[in-house]
Each structure stands twice: as structure tokens, then as C-alpha cells.
Design a protein around this ligand. Sequence first.
Ligand code: ADP
Ligand code: MG
Length: 250
Amino acid sequence: MSTAAAESDIAVQVTDLHKSFGPVEVLRGIDLKVRRGEVVCIIGPSGSGKSTLLRCVNVLEEPTAGTVVVDGVELTDPDVDIDAARRKIGMVFQSFNLFSHLNVMNNLTVAQRKVLKRSREDAEKTGLANLERVGLAGRENAMPAQLSGGQQQRVAIARALSMDPDVMLFDEPTSALDPELVGDVLGVMRRLADEGMTMLVVTHEMQFAREVADKVLFMDAGVVVEEGPPEQVIGKPREERTRTFLSRVL
Ligand code: ADP
Ligand code: MG
């Protein structure tokens, strides 16, 4: 394979990433590669740096050292147009962050119109298609407060998808949900994975990681302790730290 072809297969490449907050080094040399169409799940204890890593991937946090390349564009290059590059990356957080004063349709269209300069008609068409994709067709006039947490999170996913991202980042998207609402959100994510979406997912849902992930990374104290296919990392972990963590969450 030529170098160009090999590179184009890679959606996200993080190399020797470090991040400190003041004197505290939270990420201590992370390497990560996500190929196009791959689902990579990141697991690990609270405080291990999972959210900081995701936030560095779309440069919501500025890395202290190392490089982040998304779709062949180095986001850590100071000369790069970060806003343009970041549009290729969708992000879904634990707290759904919908605009509470806007109905579902306006939540779906506001960034499309302001950032992508789409017409109202185009933005609404895209919004409706993505609302259907997350199983919420017909709810476009609802206000966020009228929806369950699971429905709000699915709207947040539809909103991210409406920007036509090449990569979706999920940071514990089901952790704030009542248990009975978790399945619907995971179902939407599973469908996205089946459609070939490139996804980087921080999650405590081991069953989801086992069934959907192509690769699992176990992080602890700012490093990747172990990585590999889920049947290895979750099924037959090699490292003691991974085993200890899994014994607590499984
Ligand atoms: P995780 O998502 O794995 O729970 P985080 O990435 O949120 O871990 O946090 C890793 C560490 O970095 C924690 O000790 C946390 O307190 C610290 N941290 C995260 N964000 C900041 C910040 N903005 N300022 C200072 N410390 C932070
Ligand atoms: Mg976190």
C-alpha cells in the first residue's frame, strides 16, 4: 500500500500525547490509532484521564506535548484552522447539553446554520433524517424537558450527526441515565457502528465494549496499560491492573 493510501485508512492518530494541569501530568504519553469505520472503546477507573484524552482529540484541551491527527490534519499544528478541522468531529457528553430553551428541531439546526451556513430548509431536512436515525421521528417540536434522559441523549447524538462528522467521540454517554434508558442509547450507538461510523467511546458498559468494539484500551493513571481486541482485554486481561478494574465493574 502506498503511504497516502495507508494514511487515509487512519481517522485518528494520537502520538505520545501529554497533558498537564499545572504540575499534575494527567496524560503521560498516549498513543492511539483509530482506523476508518473502527469502534475503539476506552475503559478505566475514574480519574485515569479518559475524558482529558477525548477532549485533547478535538482540542477542547490543548495538549502539553504530542500530536493529534484527524483525517490527515494535524490539530496540534498551530497553523491549522482548528474550527474547520473540528467540524469533522462530533462529540457526545455524559450530560446531554441540549439548549433547554430550544425545541428539538432548533437544537438540531442551530449549529448547522451558524457554523455550516446551511439554509433553514437544508438544516431541517438533515435534522429530521438524523432524528429518524436515532428513533425519534415525530418529536421535533418537543422541548428537551419533555423528553426522558435517554431521548435527550439521542437528540444530542442526532445533533452531532447533523454536522456530518467523520468521527464521533462519546464520553460516557449513558452514565447519567436511569438504567432502563441505557439500552436505547446503546442501541443507537450500535446501529451507528454497524453503519460504519468511526467511533471513539469512553464507557463503563462492558457488554457494549465486548460486542461492538474492534479494539479496547484500558487506561490507568494517564497511560494505556493494555490494548487489544475486547475478547483479550476484557475476556483475558494480561495486566494485573486491568484485572483489578474489571473485577470491580463486571
Ligand atoms: P476520567 O475521565 O478518566 O475520569 P479525567 O480526564 O476527567 O479522568 O481526569 C483526569 C485527572 O485530571 C483527574 O485527576 C482530574 O481531576 C484532572 N483534571 C481534569 N480536568 C482538569 C482541569 N481542567 N484542571 C485540573 N485538573 C483536571
Ligand atoms: Mg471522564
